[in-house]
Write a protein that binds this ligand. Structure first.
Ligand code: ATP
Length: 732
């Protein structure tokens, strides 16, 4: 049995995983996969490159596939579950429209469809005589009607002769006739539903206020069984039939749970039981949100690999990212889609425009959740979450999975408390940390000590913040030193590349402009070179590059056609470039958690990696275009600092470094301007980009080290035994 199968993974998926040479689950996978397969909500915090993507994609794919299979065969559907007619007072899991989700206790119903009404009746009804009462509490905004109906009424209450409803807009309805009644109601209101079978009167109350008679039942209806009935459009209601104390029980009425057994009839209707839950083409079972298009593509590709041996039913995936023709995406959705992986902007368009329905969604995944929140997407996330029914049509609970290497963040914790259902933390370290496979060092760049910048005949074009400051050699103003540091950092990066024969690295810059300038400079250094031998071949990846260019640049770096990928933080998270040996930080990231993500592009999947950060010892003035900048940086020349209405700030890099060190509770090794990497520290055996060489603590070495001691012990034991034998048996 393959190792993954022991964790409950299907053999077909296990086979695909083995083909990817994943022989054993990583620690985070061992913990998270069984939890997700078991139906739980999970918060996954584990180091970069530790296999979090597989930890959520594997079980999601498996459950989606199994659900599709059940849908095809009718097994596991609500029909099957519903064959057991409930004996308690609750909302019927059989007698409801397919997209009406019912909580496992049968006391809450929810439908998140915007276009259609969805209805449900009670599992039992009352007949003959008596005065009965139940309460319906409106849990959130949306449209709803509550009331009573016979078993033959349509589930969208009040649209035929047999249903009697009271709607949130302040209308009563029967037989499609909507008349003003009582007053409007909404979120948090408690509607009392009264039925007097002795007089045939139906009435309602709002938060205890009796709204008067709504209907006088026709005789033939009064003589049949009447069931509590509810219908909603994108809303949620919880009911109380009497299992809890009533808020406003009117005098003379009985809670339904107290109805005399002789007047109670079980609801034999099975609107859903007539067939399994039907697949709605544009309603996927999983929505996975990724912060960047590259990461979305990567996750999409990983799921594709996992499903290689999963035969019918085929799990249909869709990548929903910008830059792809929306009409093409819509036509794929119309054909049917089961798992959607996407970025926030395009997902918002597709969900907001009702092209994607969330009515059958059972997995809601936020990959790089802290990053999504930092992008200001809290409302977007909450809106999507609100639209997903908390119970699937087949009665399962919606699962939410949140992960990142830097999940220890106040906002993430707050979000998880509000949106997740008793989540389990899979948290191997208990704090943000750097994998042992990542060696990271800092090179201090001091333009006062190293004045080589004054003699540079050729240098990178800087970002222009000092173009009007009269900076230049021989001066020592803060502006001149800041300009000098910008040039020196790039020279130090080139020195590191040459010194360590770096022929494959990601280089992070702070701004898109810095990336463009560095790309131009590196290309200028290698002018005339044969492209294959070009020591500085490079491409750029940042938000101003067109999607097609981003894609082809990223591909050519991954394929090894160019040596360097120059990028902003858009590529900091999640990107997995097999065996990447080096990364360079021209400037530290503004956000300390992004340091962890940036350096985590190396040292992945047990391969060693080296990260070098260049840190200025003097203040560096940099661009900072906030929402106040009308062009958000494009053609902006306002070099005033932000406190003077401009778009620049003085960047205090030593402080940023101190913040990172404090956050990670470590001191990052510093190396001199010659970028000598301490071999003693990193044991000299390291080959960056290769699997790590185990040191003396590994098992094989351990056995070798123990051999002399074991031999010694065995000799002592033999001597002791001989001594014993000699004494007792008087042997020679
Ligand atoms: N069980 C496994 N055995 C071997 N390799 C694995 C295993 N699981 C994942 N990997 C590989 O490890 C690498 C990192 O995985 P992944 O991208 O999922 O990491 P991550 O934890 O999501 O990192 P990040 O925090 O940077 O997003 C990938 O190349 C993946 O193929």
């Amino acid at each position: 049995m393959a190792a993954f199968e022991e964790f409950g993974v299907l053999p077909e998926i296990g086979k695909a995983v083995e083909e990817m040479e994943w022989m054993l689950p990583t620690d985070v996978q061992s913990e998270a996969i069984p939890l997700i397969l078991g139906g739980g909500d999970v918060l996954m915090a584990a180091e970069t490159g530790s296999g979090k993507t597989g930890a959520f994609c594997l079980p999601i794919l498996q459950i989606v596939w199994e659900t599709l299979k059940d849908m095809e065969s009718g097994k596991g559907s609500s029909a099957e579950q519903g064959t057991k007619v409930s004996t308690s007072w609750e909302l019927s899991k059989n007698d409801r429209t397919p997209a009406m989700a019912i909580s496992p206790d049968g006391l809450t119903c929810q439908a998140r469809e915007f276009k259609d009404w969805h209805g449900v009746r009670g599992s039992k009804g009352v007949c003959n005589s008596g005065k009965y009462y139940y309460e319906a509490k409106i849990v959130d905004e949306g449209l709803c009607r509550v009331g009573w109906s016979t078993g033959q009424a349509a589930l969208d209450l009040g649209t035929d002769k047999f249903g009697f409803g009271f709607g949130g807009t302040g209308k009563k309805s029967n037989n499609k006739q909507f008349d003003s009644y009582g007053e409007a109601f909404g979120k948090n209101d408690v509607i009392g539903c009264m039925l007097d079978l002795d007089t045939g009167r139906v009435a309602f109350s709002k938060n205890g206020l009796d709204l008067g008679t709504a209907f006088q039942l026709p005789h033939q209806v009064q003589r049949t069984t009447l069931f509590p009935a509810i219908c909603v459009k994108n809303a949620e209601i919880s009911v109380n039939f009497g299992t809890k104390p009533m808020a406003y029980l009117p005098k003379g009425y009985k809670m339904l749970t107290e109805a005399d057994a002789t007047f109670v009839k079980t609801n034999e209707n099975s609107a859903v039981a007539q067939g399994p839950v039907k697949k709605i083409n544009n309603a996927p079972q999983a929505i996975i949100i990724e912060p960047s298009r590259e990461l979305a593509e990567q996750t999409y590709q990983q799921i594709q690999k996992f499903q290689k041996y999963l035969e019918k039913p085929v799990v249909r995936q869709l990548l929903v990212i910008g830059g792809v023709n929306i009409k093409e995406q819509m036509s794929v959705i119309e054909e049917g889609v089961d798992i959607v992986v996407g970025t926030p902007g395009r997902l918002e368009d597709m969900i907001g425009g009702n092209y994607i329905s969330l009515s059958q969604c059972r997995f809601f995944v936020l990959d790089e959740a802290d990053g999504l929140l930092k992008q200001g997407l809290k409302n977007f996330i909450t809106n999507i979450h609100n639209k997903i029914p908390k119970f699937t049509p087949d009665g399962k609970r919606m699962q939410m999975i949140v992960c990142s290497a830097t999940l220890h963040d106040f906002d993430v914790k707050k979000l998880s408390e509000t949106l997740m259902h008793f989540p389990t933390w899979v948290d191997l370290k208990g704090e943000d940390s750097v994998p042992e496979t990542v060696h990271h060092v800092v090179v201090k760049v001091d333009p006062q000590e190293d004045v080589s910048w004054e003699r540079l005949t050729k240098h990178v074009q800087t970002d222009g913040v000092h173009s009007a400051d009269g900076v230049g050699p021989g001066k020592r103003s803060a502006e001149t030193l800041s300009e000098a540091v910008k040039m020196l950092k790039v020279e130090y990066a080139i020195r590191s590349i040459k010194k360590h024969n770096i022929d494959r690295a990601i280089i992070f810059c702070r701004t898109k402009l810095d990336c463009d300038n560095l790309e131009r400079y590196l290309k200028s250094l290698s002018r005339g070179c044969n492209p294959r031998d070009n020591p500085f071949s490079c491409v750029c990846l940042h938000g101003d590059r067109k999607p097609q260019e981003r894609k082809s640049n990223y591909e050519s770096f991954k394929q090894g056609h160019v040596k360097f990928l120059i990028c902003t933080d858009v590529a900091a998270r999640g990107l997995d470039i097999g065996g990447l040996p080096f990364m360079l930080n021209i400037t530290l990231p503004d956000d300390k958690t992004n340091y962890v993500h940036r350096i985590g592009r190396v040292g992945r999947a047990d391969r060693m990696g080296l990260a070098i950060s260049f840190v200025s010892t003097v203040p560096e003035k940099v661009w900072y275009h906030g929402e106040w900048c009308s062009s958000r940086g494009r053609n902006c020349y306002n070099t005033n600092t932000t406190d003077r209405g401009g778009c620049c700030v003085w960047f205090n890099e030593p402080q940023y470094l101190a913040d990172i060190e404090e956050h990670l509770k470590i001191t990052i090794d510093q190396v001199g301007a010659e970028v000598e990497i301490p071999r003693n520290e990193f044991d000299g055996k390291v080959s960056y980009g290769q699997k790590r060489v185990q040191s003396g603590t590994n098992y094989k070495d351990h056995v070798a080290q123990m051999v002399p001691a074991v031999n010694e012990l065995s000799k002592m034991e033999s001597t002791a035994q001989l001594t014993y034998l000699r004494r007792h048996f008087k042997l020679a």
